[in-house]
Write a protein that binds this ligand. Structure first.
Ligand code: ATP
Ligand code: MG
Length: 546
């Protein structure tokens, strides 16, 4: 195992010193939304460290908030982890698996005089804890007897109190400068059904109490989490030092991933979905793993991205261009090439009457991808942007009377431009130089090369052009927050014409459309013979450019 960051360095040391003989990590999502690119960082770290050390990684749903959690999210999270290329050890775990054990540990704390039932209001508790000068305010209920606490806690469990009437608090240190140690609440009453435990419980343990004990019960060796939990570590350790748990995992914090032009918070992503700003959690504009997948990202590209950003303790913002670089880099060397005309303009090649079947390699450097047939016919389409009768300086594509090379095909000359009543160009009449297949024309140079598709043999296809979801590098910076800088141009649909070899593209087949970018056959809407393509990313970084 390579000690390539401070966490792996620690793991290598713990194996070398014999502190641990087997490494066990866990990925602990709360099932209250879909996973996003930030979670991918945590997944790659936890599963990666375990795999490199020959150990195991558990998937544990942190399901202590029943009303915000749903089965749909559990299913999506499992699907996304598998898709990223990882598998967890044994069964899927749930913090709720440990509700009985957590209850017993709470009773133990009470017996030790280390927990008490507080009957103050939530506001009073929070005010008492959050005094900034000096010690917090002790609750008048802090010194209830063990017997009284045991009986009240049992009544909480039995449903004898209403929500908010009382809570169980750990008795740690109201004078601590760390607010997390000022007698944190460890159980509260919630009379709601739970997706795993049904109506068995009306009291639910808090995250800060549940997490360390769940880690210990699973013999986790290294509990890796993001920096905001650093201040919670003293309570994590207090709890495991106080209770006789089977293990005492080491919590280690790392910095979360922040990406520009992106929001990575499930709460905000949920808002985008619920308010209809996007078409669901897997909308290809979303930074969710499901969205990135539908956009055409590969698991390899996301793992490569996580590897490149690395693991540190310093907060920073990663350029989303790095993510785009990773997918281009992967597809450049794997995706077959194809031709698709996104904005078709009809061209009649007047000296062609029959179908000329041309062939071309699917990838210039990967002969194993084979060849495909490309029919050249009397009627073809080119992209409207590849013709101009008022060309800007340096325009190398088709102009009236000019010549251009059709990719994988002949050189054509534009003989006639046909317009409709409003003066728009609707058709070009061209002639092909039949002596130019695979060779330069005699006595003249033709510089431009454009792509094309047979109009009669090509396949009409819906193509969805995606771009960045936000116009601002920091979507939160403006007055209206992230909802105020949604990029209205981030989703456009065009009716394209694609080469016949793409007719039977299967969902998630990926291609480089020559001169256009990388595209994927949509996972949801592609039907046999009727592909729908999503633009994953352009060929080069053009954001903010022309
Ligand atoms: P969000 O703020 O989006 O709701 P969260 O931290 O509440 O995220 P959890 O489901 O609790 O979401 O996270 C599961 C794991 O993923 C945690 O260990 C968390 O630290 C980690 N994680 C979440 N967001 C990021 C991020 N942006 N970068 C790295 N790790 C992250
Ligand atoms: Mg969370």
């Amino acid at each position: 195992m390579e000690a390539k960051d401070f966490i792996r360095t620690q793991v290598v040391e713990d194996l070398a010193s014999g502190k641990h003989s087997r490494i066990i990590t866990r990925f602990p999502p709360e099932p209250n939304g879909y996973l996003h690119i930030g979670h991918a960082k945590s997944i790659c770290l936890n599963f990666g460290v375990a795999a490199e050390a020959g150990g195991e990684c558990n998937l544990r749903f942190d399901d202590t908030n029943p009303e915000k959690e749903e089965q749909e999210y559990i299913d999506a999270i499992k699907r996304d982890v598998h898709w990223l290329g990882f598998d967890w050890a044994g069964d899927t775990r749930y913090a709720s698996n440990y509700f009985d054990a957590l209850y017993d540990y709470a009773v133990q704390l009470i017996r030790m005089g280390k927990a008490y039932v507080d009957s103050q209001s939530a506001e009073a508790i929070s005010q008492g804890r959050s005094t900034l000068n000096g010690a917090g305010l002790e609750s008048p209920f802090r010194n209830r007897t063990v017997e009284e606490n045991l009986s009240l806690f049992e009544k909480m469990r039995a449903g004898d109190f209403n929500e908010g009437e009382c809570v169980l608090r750990a008795k740690v240190d109201m004078a601590s400068p760390n607010i997390n140690l000022r007698d944190p609440v460890i159980y509260r009453i919630k009379k709601v059904e739970h997706h795993q435990t049904g109506n068995k419980w009306v009291i639910y343990p808090m995250y800060d109490y549940t997490h360390p004990i769940s880690d210990a019960l699973e013999y986790i060796t290294h509990s890796l989490c993001t920096l905001e939990f650093e201040d919670h570590r003293p309570f994590y350790d207090w709890l495991l030092d106080t209770l006789a748990t089977p293990a005492h995992p080491q919590q280690i914090e790392f910095s979360r991933l922040n990406l520009n032009y992106t929001v990575t918070s499930k709460r905000k992503l949920k808002k985008l979905v619920d308010e209809g700003h996007v078409h669901g959690w897997d909308d290809p504009r979303m930074p969710t793993i499901a969205g990135l997948r539908r956009r055409g990202y590969t698991p390899e590209s996301l793992r490569d991205f996580c590897d490149r950003i690395g693991i540190t303790k310093s907060e920073g913002v990663v350029d989303v261009g790095m993510l785009e670089f990773c997918i281009r880099n992967h597809l450049e060397n794997t995706a077959p090439r194809a031709m698709a005309v996104l904005n078709p303009l009809k061209v009649v090649v007047t000296n062609i009457d029959e179908v000329l079947m041309l062939r071309s390699a699917c990838h210039p450097n990967l002969p194993e991808l084979g060849e495909r047939e490309i029919p050249f016919t009397r009627e073809i389409v080119i992209d409207a942007a590849d013709f101009s009768d008022n060309p800007p300086k340096g325009f190398k594509r088709l102009v009236p009377g000019g010549e251009v090379r059709l990719r994988h095909s002949y050189v054509i000359r534009c003989d006639e431009v046909i317009r409709n009543e409003s003066g728009d160009v609707v058709e070009l009449r061209c002639s092909a130089d039949l002596d130019t297949l695979g060779k330069n024309p005699e006595g003249r140079k033709v510089k431009g090369v454009i792509h094309w598709v047979s109009a009669s043999a090509g396949v009409p296809a819906e193509v969805r052009l995606y771009d960045r979801l936000f116009t601002q590098p920091d979507p939160e910076a403006g007055d209206d927050g992230f909802l105020g800088c949604i990029n209205s141009e981030a989703f456009k649909v065009v009716q394209a014409m694609v080469e016949p070899s793409l007719a039977n593209a299967a969902a998630e087949d990926r291609f480089q459309f020559e001169r256009e970018g990388y595209f994927v056959a949509d996972l949801v809407d592609t039907k046999p013979g009727k592909p729908v393509f999503n633009r994953t990313v352009g060929l080069r970084d053009s954001w903010g450019g022309a």
